[in-house]
Design a protein around this ligand. Structure first.
Ligand SMILES: Cc1cc2nc3c(=O)[nH]c(=O)nc-3n(C[C@H](O)[C@H](O)[C@H](O)COP(=O)(O)OP(=O)(O)OC[C@H]3O[C@@H](n4cnc5c(N)ncnc54)[C@H](O)[C@@H]3O)c2cc1C
Ligand SMILES: *[C@@H]1O[C@H](CO)[C@@H](O)[C@H](O)[C@H]1NC(C)=O
Ligand SMILES: *[C@@H]1O[C@H](CO)[C@@H](O)[C@H](O)[C@H]1NC(C)=O
Ligand SMILES: *[C@@H]1O[C@H](CO)[C@@H](O)[C@H](O)[C@H]1NC(C)=O
Ligand SMILES: *[C@@H]1O[C@H](CO)[C@@H](O)[C@H](O)[C@H]1NC(C)=O
Ligand SMILES: *[C@@H]1O[C@H](CO)[C@@H](O)[C@H](O)[C@H]1NC(C)=O
Ligand SMILES: *[C@@H]1O[C@H](CO)[C@@H](O)[C@H](O)[C@H]1NC(C)=O
Ligand SMILES: *[C@@H]1O[C@H](CO)[C@@H](O)[C@H](O)[C@H]1NC(C)=O
Length: 529
């Protein structure tokens, strides 16, 4: 018996080293290091996917959200470590550092430029999707949420425990908590409760030494930096402790479409003046997009107003009638729902979709391509300006749209330096430009159209710096090769994302990761100022 089991052990060691062997010695040593580092009961083998593994492609593709980064020329990681345990995260950090490999960290994979999984420098992908527990404490109105949980799972779990609690974050349920929260996180409760980071009270992060830190042990500088500065420059976020917020049992959503022919320009002009000043319970997004007109081959602009109100329809109709009369809001353009049902509406699922959809994980590779850019607006755009914007949009593509997201309310009450996220008071709204398409051959045209429209907006948006929302990551604003140590563009993208908070972020970086282990094309450099 004993000799059989010894023989079996030797055989399996041989087999596993055969299947692990590659042509890259640093990488082989890295894999060996993972095995040496981990207690066998932590089952690291099941977490490792190399290109030789049959499921490597499907694991890689599962959390790629943008067809632009699912092409044959997109560089692939050396391996994927789908951590099932904190010790796997630790071994990945320590072994990658020791053997001179970079890592990429992925939670939900929604990074607009795919930086959580693609790298021009050979890198190991640390995938967090298995670390997704959610622990809700309704009595204390808090929750611990692991990085790999999605917003949909978080929303579902909260609603499962209470009808009058919620969390302010984005509207797309498949977004990962790990990336989203560390880069700000905004949604339709922004005017009432601020960003996700404004409702984070503690966090667990693993640093470059593989040590787990919480708010107390990381200190207030690092805790400040990971609220808006992005986690991926500082360490691996393991989990967030969040503060739940109160919502009424019934909320109301709005969907209104107005075309240019119906006076959309005047309505948008009034929206700019009032949307940031409305009752904090009310958030109305304006969404201009190019659509087919009433005659063949004619295009027009439709502006959709998508609203969320923390209250019932009667009061909403009265508020809108008083403050935003040009919208002409009618009862049949509103719908009363529970908060959790409103998340389904905001995610664009058809009326009547079960809330179970919030728990869906990706089942097939993405087919759409997209590109996103962003801007902030502080001054009302005159009517002639609006007309020239519609003209610019009409000259180009059918799939282009903008989302104008109102500011004000709680955002005006939080100082620019409270967290690393600097775009706080004095803004009327934030613009997201996006285009999506289905044919790979259209990549250049689509992206150029989007860039042209964005360039044409220069006179209406913030200047010096022209500010950009980090969660709408955009490599057009500058990047550095992730394998270099001169950060010639960091000042540029750094000020666009963080304004004057950039300098403090570089100091925190120099203190917690002086060797710059945690880096990517738009990470924060460890300047020693
Ligand atoms: C369809 C769609 C809708 C969106 N809607 C909204 C919205 O309503 N509101 C909004 O604010 N944003 C929105 N976004 C942007 C989104 O919030 C960001 O892309 C966000 O960073 C995604 O988080 P993720 O974990 O899914 O992304 P990932 O691609 O996994 O990560 C994004 C970045 O964070 C880093 N990161 C990820 N996990 C960790 C971790 N555990 N520790 C350290 N670093 C980590 C990555 O390395 C990368 O740099 C949307 C994006 C898409 C594609
Ligand atoms: C909840 O709050 C109470 C009172 O503030 C505190 O004693 C208790 O430890 C908290 N529970 C948790 C799980 O934090
Ligand atoms: C909570 O979730 C469980 C498991 O999905 C489900 O069976 C139960 O009905 C849910 N309860 C509520 C109140 O939503
Ligand atoms: C818009 O019109 C074009 C032809 O002009 C047509 O091919 C397309 O399907 C139409 N799109 C929609 C959404 O109706
Ligand atoms: C809006 O308010 C005016 C009075 O200010 C009133 O006459 C009108 O009926 C109201 N309209 C709606 C739709 O409530
Ligand atoms: C949504 O569905 C409900 C029934 O589930 C129906 O009563 C309602 O009219 C529908 N609303 C819209 C806007 O389609
Ligand atoms: C660094 O990256 C660039 C591309 O970003 C590549 O051309 C170069 O060879 C890399 N250098 C090293 C040392 O890996
Ligand atoms: C990491 O370990 C090194 C060597 O022990 C030590 O000098 C450094 O301060 C540690 N860094 C952190 C962030 O703990």
């Amino acid at each position: 018996m004993a000799s059989i089991s010894v023989a079996f052990t030797i055989l399996s060691v041989l087999l596993s080293s055969v299947s692990l062997a590659t042509s890259d010695p640093a990488f082989d040593n890295f894999l060996q290091c993972l095995h040496n580092h981990i207690n066998p009961s932590d089952a690291i083998s099941e977490a490792i996917f190399t290109p030789a593994s049959s499921s490597f492609e499907s694991v890689l593709q599962a959390y790629i959200k943008n067809g632009r980064f699912l092409t044959p020329t997109t560089p692939k990681p050396l391996a994927i470590i789908a951590a099932g345990h904190e010790s796997h995260v630790q071994a990945t950090i320590i072994c990658a550092k020791f053997h001179g490999l970079q890592i990429r960290i992925r939670s939900g994979g929604h990074d607009c430029e795919g930086l959580s999984y693609r790298s021009n420098t050979p890198a190991v992908l640390l995938d967090m999707f298995n670390l997704r527990s959610i622990d809700i404490d309704i009595q204390n109105e808090t929750a611990w949420v692991q990085a790999g949980a999605t917003l949909g799972e978080l929303y579902y779990s909260i609603a499962n425990k209470s009808k009058v609690h919620a969390f302010p974050a984005g509207v797309c349920p498949t977004i990962g908590v790990g990336g989203h929260v560390s880069q700000g996180g905004y949604g339709n409760m922004l005017r009432k409760y601020g960003l996700s980071i404004d409702n984070v009270i503690d966090a667990q992060i693993m640093n470059a030494n593989g040590t787990i830190l919480d708010r107390e042990t990381m200190g207030e500088d690092l805790f400040w930096a990971i609220r808006g500065g992005g986690g991926a420059s500082f360490g691996v976020i393991l989990s967030w402790k969040i503060k739940l917020v109160s919502v009424p049992e019934i909320v109301t959503v709005i969907h209104v479409d107005r075309f240019l022919e119906q006076g959309a320009t005047d309505i948008v002009y009034q929206w700019q003046q009032v949307a940031h000043n409305l009752d904090n319970d009310l958030f109305i997004r304006a969404m201009p997009q190019v659509v087919n007109g009433s005659r063949p081959n004619e295009k027009t602009v439709k502006v959709s107003f998508i609203g969320f109100f923390l209250g019932q329809m009667d009061r909403l109709l009265q508020l809108v009638n008083e403050s935003f009369p040009l919208l002409g809001l009618k009862q049949n353009e509103c719908k009363e729902l529970s908060w959790i049902e409103s998340t389904i509406f905001w995610a664009d699922f058809p009326n009547g979709t079960s809330i179970d959809v919030l728990l869906n994980r990706p089942s097939k590779p993405v087919t759409a391509f997209y590109k996103t850019k962003s801007d902030y607006v502080k001054n009302v755009i005159p009517k002639e300006g609006l007309e020239s914007i519609w003209k610019m949009m009409l000259l180009r593509d059918w799939n282009m749209r903008m989302e104008w997201n109102p500011y004000g309310g709680k955002m005006n009450e939080i100082s620019e330096t409270e967290t690393a996220f600097p775009h706080r008071s004095g803004y009327l709204f934030k613009i997201q430009y996006s285009t999506s398409w289905a044919d790979e051959a259209d990549i250049d045209n689509q992206i150029n159209w989007l860039r042209d429209v964005c360039a044409g907006m220069e006179t209406y948006v913030t200047k010096n710096p022209r500010e950009v929302f980090m969660n709408y990551r955009d490599l057009d604003i500058g990047s550095n090769p992730s394998n270099q140590t001169d950060f010639k563009n960091a000042e540029v993208y750094g000020h666009k994302f963080f304004k004057n908070n950039f300098q403090r972020l570089t100091k925190v970086k120099a203190a917690v990761d002086p060797d710059n282990f945690f880096k990517h094309e738009q990470s924060i450099p460890p300047y020693s100022v």
